[in-house]
Design a protein around this ligand. Structure first.
Ligand SMILES: *Cc1c(COP(=O)(O)O)cnc(C)c1O
Length: 392
């Protein structure tokens, strides 16, 4: 059999660009030539196309508010809720730093709770236990491309009158099936959803970008003001805001890519199926659990290594083996947020989150992108198996 020696990538943004190069180049040049670099028509067009894509209709409007990146989107979402210093926001610790960082920046109190051992997303039972009279919001993260249990989280939110902010940075195109059987797009189910267009995300720009989603027209208006210095009318600042815009060039690129997103997510899902088939029988590996009520769009394909005993021994051994073989991999995330130095002085002290702490020792993400071939995946899996087999 001919050996495919094409380089392996964790993500392959250049390979993806090659398929749509002429459309992208034209869209970028159009912006450059138009001179409308800030809030130009490309931003409006992409924003309304994305709203439609996510399920906007006349009867059931969805508002999309673009901004500069996914971290700003989370910050704007919290600012829109008009919380008071010391108000508590319940969030996972098994996430990217942004989710917790913005809570702290706004002088709110992050209450980090544990995740579900199957989906690695926010555990609704742990959330319910953590609710206090100061709790104002829950911020689930749709990790790796799969939804947190929105039905259970919504129930907790409704019972206590809390807002629900969905961090959809990794899960655009995912969906959750409610008890009525209806599927809702990830990010459009809670009070506000946020996403990121960081290049490696499922809908990636060629730079930074982000957006907030909401079904609430008043909140949408507040979000728009917040992203524009708290202003509706030039030089009239009604509330404290920020300067957070989606760049016109990035919007033009995203406008070209959006019609491909369904195909991109399908390609990721097919690659995930192939990994499952190649690796699912190994006793030391758990392949990603797929919740029957969530569509998984595989931002990451993350395996869990079934270490004997505690500690990252097996995972680190396999990682070192992949490194030696020149096979890229990622560890999302190697250290939980609640154990980061930046959060060493959060009120209430460092919590104990056994599932989160265990996962940070066991997870390993394999190359996952839209250009991945079966031959490349066999090379990845051979190297993973080589690492497992050489572990004593
Ligand atoms: C990428 C990411 C963000 C931040 O997005 P940026 O656009 O890089 O600011 C926030 N939350 C999660 C879960 C992410 O994966």
């Amino acid at each position: 059999m001919a050996q495919d020696s094409s380089p392996l990538h964790m993500v392959d943004v250049r390979g993806q660009y090659a398929h749509i190069q002429s459309e992208i180049d034209e869209a970028v040049l159009n912006v450059v030539r138009s001179g409308q670099y800030i809030n130009g028509p490309a931003v409006r067009d992409f924003t309304s196309a994305l709203a439609t894509w996510l399920g906007h209709s006349e009867e059931h409007p969805l508002h999309v508010v673009p901004c500069a990146n996914g971290t700003d989107a989370l910050q704007a979402a919290l600012m829109a809720l008009d919380l008071k210093p010391g108000d508590e926001v319940i969030t996972p610790s098994f996430t990217f730093i942004s989710t917790v960082e913005v809570i702290h920046l706004l002088r709110l109190t992050p209450v980090m709770v544990d995740v579900d051992p199957c989906t690695f997303t926010l555990d609704a039972a742990a959330v319910a236990m953590a609710v206090s009279p100061r709790t104002k919001a829950i911020m689930p993260v749709h990790l790796y491309g799969q939804c947190a249990d929105m039905t259970a989280l919504q129930a907790v939110a409704d019972e206590h009158g809390l807002s629900l902010i969905e961090d959809t940075a990794q899960a655009i195109g995912s969906a959750w099936q409610g008890t009525d059987g209806q599927w809702g797009a990830a990010g459009t189910i809670g009070t506000i959803g946020t996403t990121s267009f960081f290049p490696s995300k499922n809908l990636g720009a060629y730079g930074d970008g982000g957006a907030c989603f909401t079904r609430d027209a008043a909140l949408a208006e507040r979000l728009r003001m917040i992203c524009n210095h708290g202003s509706r009318q030039r030089y009239q600042h009604e509330i404290i805001g920020m300067n957070s815009r989606l760049d016109s060039i990035q919007a033009a690129i995203l406008g070209v890519k959006l019609p491909h997103l369904e195909g991109y997510n399908a390609a990721r899902s097919e690659a995930a199926d192939r990994y499952d088939a190649l690796l699912g029988d190994h006793p030391m590996v758990s392949v990603p659990y797929r919740h029957p009520r969530s569509r998984h769009v595989f931002h990451q394909y993350t395996i869990k290594l079934n270490n004997k005993g505690e500690g990252p021994g097996l995972r680190d051994h396999v990682a070192a083996h992949l490194q030696a073989e020149g096979v890229p991999f990622g560890i999302y995330y190697p250290k939980p947020i609640h154990q980061q130095d930046a959060f060493s002085d959060v009120p209430g002290g460092t919590p104990k989150l056994p599932v989160t702490e265990d996962l940070t020792d066991r997870v390993l993400s394999l190359p996952m992108h839209t250009e991945l071939t079966e031959t490349q995946q066999r090379r990845v899996v051979d190297a993973v198996r080589g690492g497992l087999d050489s572990y004593i």
